[in-house]
Design a protein around this ligand. Structure first.
Ligand SMILES: Cc1cc2nc3c(=O)[nH]c(=O)nc-3n(C[C@H](O)[C@H](O)[C@H](O)COP(=O)(O)OP(=O)(O)OC[C@H]3O[C@@H](n4cnc5c(N)ncnc54)[C@H](O)[C@@H]3O)c2cc1C
Ligand code: SF4
Length: 473
């Protein structure tokens, strides 16, 4: 424990953000880090609660949060950095995009504001990079075993790094032209600037991980080739099948999946595309985002930066409560109202609404038609009922579908390998091993669309399972 009674002495200090009027004109990150003495006080709030639920129940990676806080409090940054990397390959990424389930599970959060865990993580890892403490850690002994990792999102990268450090020869195949998965093409730069990924990739390359981009496994490379050339395979292909909206008028060309829209802007930021496509920009348009989650919020922030005239975000679920509801008591992750930085930049949020159809002119959508709905609990679960007389029509120049993802793409590799899938379409695994013993899987491919922190945890777990399997063979 850092400072006895520190939690009584100091309050939580939130991280600042660049002013809205400044940040909406660029795609740079928003957060303004706290100063070192402020961080020390924040670490001092960690109260040695005995059973640290932040670590045991909150953080999927089980970061040793109380130990890390104590080291920061004692100014032992280098050790704090080592502790952080014992469980997390990419703390600089979770420190930026993690929703921090550790904080909602913090014991202090029962009666007070939780410890500022995510931002302490940010400070440690950025301090470590600036001091040059984060260096390649190549394996001292090679095993001669070859592992292919399919997909370079956080799950694939974590698996690749762990496997390379265990001495295996690792090749990461990525069908996109750049490495990073959703980190690169989905998450906007204002949450995660892409040089942050590149900085870490240098470490992976120096540790011996080979990257082959622009290679779609199952298309450009066959299962036969994989089997012949590699001892094992780790599938980390994400959950890329988007949930669609099968209503009349869906076919208009300016109704886009959120990922296509966000990827286009990320490519533009990375100068991989030279010009804004008129179809893909929100400039001077009324934008309707369908889906009230994080992807929808990212669309809101992107549309605002592109110069949208007006932005609506529609969600079919009812408006969540402001404070923790009884059905998700501490330390569980509560369904509460969350207002993101993108929402603060200007957007009208509608709750409990259902989209019924789209109308338009020639190839372009012009209106979204919907109605209000009510959720009613019946014996066989929640049912949705349309409320008569609540029909509405919203003018729209661009509609973005951000209703989540169903599962991994089955066509190609998953089918060719004949892998067993569950009712939701995810690849079934037992200790990360699929129904094909030499094939392992991790990340959204097995969990369904989830979080970066879970993808990293799952990739690490798969690496341990593969390493064990290779050693036993
Ligand atoms: C817009 C958006 C914003 C998000 N924001 C957050 C956030 O703020 N915080 C958070 O925690 N999570 C966020 N997420 C979720 C998070 O990004 C994912 O849960 C995470 O990236 C999943 O990691 P993964 O490695 O399993 O898959 P992915 O990141 O999806 O990576 C899979 C990779 O596999 C590649 N691939 C697929 N098939 C093949 C093939 N046959 N051959 C070669 N390569 C292939 C894909 O091109 C892709 O690069 C967000 C998701 C989206 C879409
Ligand atoms: S990775 Fe996420 S859940 Fe884990 S300590 Fe960091 S912010 Fe918390």
């Amino acid at each position: 424990m850092g400072e006895i009674k520190g939690f009584l002495k100091y309050g939580r200090q939130e991280v600042g953000h660049r002013p809205v009027e400044e940040r909406v004109h660029d795609f740079k990150e928003l957060e303004l880090p706290l100063a070192p003495d402020q961080i020390r006080r924040q670490a001092a709030r960690c109260m040695d609660c005995g059973i640290p639920f932040c670590h045991a129940a909150g953080c999927p990676l089980q970061n040793c949060i109380p130990d890390i806080n104590e080291l920061v409090y004692k100014d032992r940054w280098r050790q704090a950095c080592e502790h952080l990397h014992m469980t997390n390959n990419f703390p600089e990424i979770t420190a930026r995009v993690c929703p921090a389930p550790c904080e909602t599970a913090c014991t202090l959060a029962i009666s007070d504001e939780p410890v500022l865990i995510r931002h302490i993580e940010y400070q440690i890892v950025e301090h470590a990079f600036s001091e040059g403490w984060i260096r390649p850690r190549p394996a001292t002994r090679r095993t001669g075993k070859r592992v292919a990792v399919v997909g370079s999102g956080p799950a694939g990268l974590a698996a690749a790094q762990q496997l390379a450090r265990a001495g295996h020869d690792v090749v990461v195949f990525e069908k996109d032209e750049h490495v990073g998965g959703m980190l690169r093409c989905g998450i906007p730069d204002f949450k995660l600037e892409k040089h942050i990924i590149d900085r870490r990739l240098e470490q992976l390359s120096a540790e011996g991980v080979e990257f082959q981009t622009g290679v779609s496994v199952g298309e450009d490379i066959s299962v036969r080739y994989l089997h012949k050339m590699f001892d094992s395979v780790c599938l980390t292909m994400g959950a890329r099948r988007p949930r669609d909206l099968a209503v009349p008028g869906r076919g208009y060309e300016n109704i886009l999946f959120a990922m296509d829209y966000l990827t286009a802007q990320n490519r533009l930021n990375a100068r991989k595309a030279s010009d804004e496509s008129p179809l893909l920009t929100a400039k001077d348009k009324v934008v309707v985002v369908i889906g009230g989650g994080d992807t929808g919020s990212d669309c809101v922030g992107t549309a605002r930066r592109q110069g949208a005239k007006k932005i609506y975000q529609l969600e079919i679920l009812p408006e969540p409560p402001e404070s923790r509801p009884p059905d998700t008591p501490w330390p569980l992750w509560p369904r509460i109202m969350r207002t993101s930085c993108s929402h603060q930049e200007g957007c009208e949020r509608w709750w409990g609404v259902m989209t019924k159809k789209f109308t338009g002119y020639e190839t372009r959508v012009g209106e979204v038609h919907g109605c209000r709905v009510e959720w009613i609990k019946k014996a066989d679960g929640w049912k949705i009922e349309e409320l008569p007389g609540t029909e509405f029509v919203l003018k729209a120049d661009l509609v973005l579908l951000a209703m989540g993802f169903l599962h991994v793409v089955h066509e190609g590799l998953v089918r060719d390998l004949g892998l067993q899938r569950d009712d939701r379409g995810n690849v079934v695994v037992d200790n990360c091993q699929t129904s094909e013993p030499w094939v392992f899987a991790a990340g959204d491919t097995v969990n369904g669309a989830s979080l970066v922190v879970r993808a990293i945890q799952s990739g690490r777990e798969a690496a341990t399972a593969i390493d064990g399997w290779l050693k036993s063979g």
